[in-house]
Design a protein around this ligand. Sequence first.
Ligand code: AMP
Length: 277
Amino acid sequence: MKVVETIGEMKRVRLELAEPVGFVPTMGYLHEGHLALVRRARAESPLVVVSIFVNPTQFGPQEDFDEYPHDPQHDLALLEKERVDIVFMPSAAEMYPPQFSSWVEVGKVTERLEGASRPGHFKGVTTVVAKLFNIVQPTRAYFGQKDAQQLVVIKKMVADLNMNLEIVTVPTVRESDGLVMSSRNTYLNPEERKAAVVLYQALTLAQKLWSQGEKDTDKLRRQMIDLIQSEPLATIDYVSIADAETLDELDTVTPPALVSLAVKIGSTRLIDNVVLG
Ligand code: AMP
């Protein structure tokens, strides 16, 4: 496994590779969720490139950039085991030199949900992902359904800007009680960790009610909100039932509908989603 730290070297290495490349962008502190993407890439691609880069431009000023967990040695050991070919680990100065001044912005689908709660977040995401695509030149890139809106935004960017690659969606990987695996789970104390299962419980409640015939999104949202509010450590940011492609809020569930939520457990903000239909 080759570890590459500069853009120049990554581009040189890529030029020598004739075979299709599967690419998995990450912010590191890897867990089984990330590894599901890596395994899918490994199964489908002769060459696998994983990037580890905690992208400063996608964090708001009050967010957790400075505390974001990292353990590069552990990450590299995990990726070696998965038979990854190349790990691209640039520094922030390498990706954003002082003269940097160009941004990629996707409209409309970035304005709601995570975009509304985290102004500027998707501008940082699309800019860094576009840069990584230009540097790595992947044939396919793998993203987790866990970050459902990110997938919608990246697919839109790739389509609108005619980028020459395929985006592959990988299902969400969960802990045994249903909590989504996330690098941020490390912020939860034991009591908060138990409380965090309420996100999944609210989503499974929506799934159950919908499968029993409930289509009124106000009623579904109300039941989810009541359940989450019964957990004292939880504070709701949003609970949404939206069209899975346009992200427009729905009055009536018309599949495929994206049920997504953001909830703070103590001071840790967690997101999760399921698709109905
Ligand atoms: P991150 O390091 O959090 O930026 O995540 C890198 C990629 O891994 C993104 O495409 C995420 O959606 C994906 N990912 C993170 N956690 C999970 C999970 N529990 N299940 C599936 N994909 C995940």
